[in-house]
Design a protein around this ligand. Structure first.
Ligand code: 13P
Length: 254
């Protein structure tokens, strides 16, 4: 089963609007990279529209970092799926570990956000991953399976299909400590096995599973060479257009 790789830039809370536009202008010169893989730029909310406008006419996609599960209403500070689409987003990150651990987002909240994204036909990038303590206790697979079970609880096979899953071990994020390709592959296989049990063989075969955590131009090729690793979710190394282009350029020819 050939799965098209997907390389995404999660800028987190970085870049002004003008810095975002400068990146998008520079990166649009490398829009040929999108021939070999799906590329998604995920800026802070207020830069979604300017980045989408700058990349219009290319095959490069734009996403958002979070959403609220309601369509509208009295939810100060929140942004709905429809608002993100209105701004030009086609992807949205759901359940990033920084939201889970720094903002106290529970598995149940992540489930509501996943369902809202899928209802709106935004493509979710659902993040899962264990902490260092959980890995050291040998609980990593159980933790990730619990995160998946709750996130997909109210989602059927057809609705779930577009979801991209990002395995991001918390201990590898922003630490310079990448998971070894073997550890990443082992977890990606466990996630695909979970998908098979929950949604069946076809759904599991087409599901795209990204790795994220200290990815950079030097380790991208080794990770992307593995059949079980369907792409990368890149934080720090995605802030520079040249560095992110080098990562996207490491996708092996199909
Ligand atoms: P870093 O690439 O900076 O480790 O961040 C990974 C990440 O959290 C992407 O969502």
């Amino acid at each position: 089963m050939h799965r098209r790789k997907i390389i995404a830039a999660n800028w987190k809370m970085n870049k002004s609007i003008s810095a975002a536009e400068t990146f998008a202008r520079e990166f649009s010169r490398r829009s040929d990279l999108a021939d070999a893989c799906d590329i998604v730029i995920i800026p802070p909310f207020f830069s979604v529209r300017p980045v989408a406008d700058t990349l219009a006419g290319t095959q490069i996609h734009v996403g958002a970092q979070d959403l609220h599960w309601e369509a509208s209403g009295a939810f100060t500070g929140e942004v709905s799926a429809a608002m993100l689409q209105d701004a030009g987003a086609t992807y949205v990150i759901v359940g990033h570990s920084e939201r889970r651990h720094l903002m106290g987002e529970s598995d149940a909240v992540v489930a509501k956000k996943l369902a809202a994204a899928l209802r709106a036909s935004l493509i979710p990038i659902l993040c899962v991953g264990e902490t260092l303590a959980e890995r050291e206790a040998g609980r990593q697979t159980g933790v990730v399976e619990r995160q998946l079970t709750t996130a997909f609880e109210a989602v059927d096979e057809r609705a779930a299909a577009p979801t991209v899953i990002a395995y991001e071990p918390v201990w590898a994020i922003g630490t310079g400590r990448t998971a070894s390709a073997e550890d990443a592959v082992a977890m990606h296989r466990a996630i695909r096995d979970w998908m098979q049990t929950r949604f069946g063989e076809t759904a599991a075969a087409v599901a795209r599973i990204q790795y994220g955590g200290s990815v950079n131009p030097d380790n991208a090729a080794e990770l992307l060479a593995r059949e079980d690793i369907d792409g990368l979710l890149v934080g720090g190394a995605s802030l520079d257009a040249g560095s992110f282009a080098a990562i996207a350029g490491a996708v092996p020819a199909a």
